[in-house]
Design a protein. Structure first.
Length: 70
C-alpha cells in the first residue's frame, strides 16, 4: 500500500474516532471519560481505533465468528 493511501486511511480513521468520542452529555462528574479512555487505548495501538478495528476485521477469515462489544 502506498504511503499516500496509508495517510488517507489514517486521517479517515482519525475522523471516525473523533465522531465516535464526541460527548453530547452535559458537563458533570461522568463527562469526559470516553475521550480519555480512547486516547489511552490509542497510545497502546499507535493508530486511530477505528482503523485498528478495521484492519483486525480485514484479517478475519470468511465464515469466522466476530463479537463486537460496545
Amino acid at each position: 500500500m502506498s504511503a499516500e493511501r496509508q495517510a488517507v486511511l489514517y486521517d479517515f480513521g482519525d475522523s471516525v474516532d473523533r465522531l465516535c468520542t464526541f460527548d453530547l452529555r452535559p458537563p458533570g462528574p461522568t463527562s469526559g471519560y470516553i475521550g480519555r479512555f480512547s486516547m489511552a487505548v490509542r497510545e497502546l495501538t499507535g493508530a486511530p481505533l477505528a482503523l485498528t478495528a478495521a484492519q483486525a476485521l480485514h484479517q478475519v477469515d470468511a465464515g469466522s465468528t466476530v463479537v463486537i462489544a460496545t
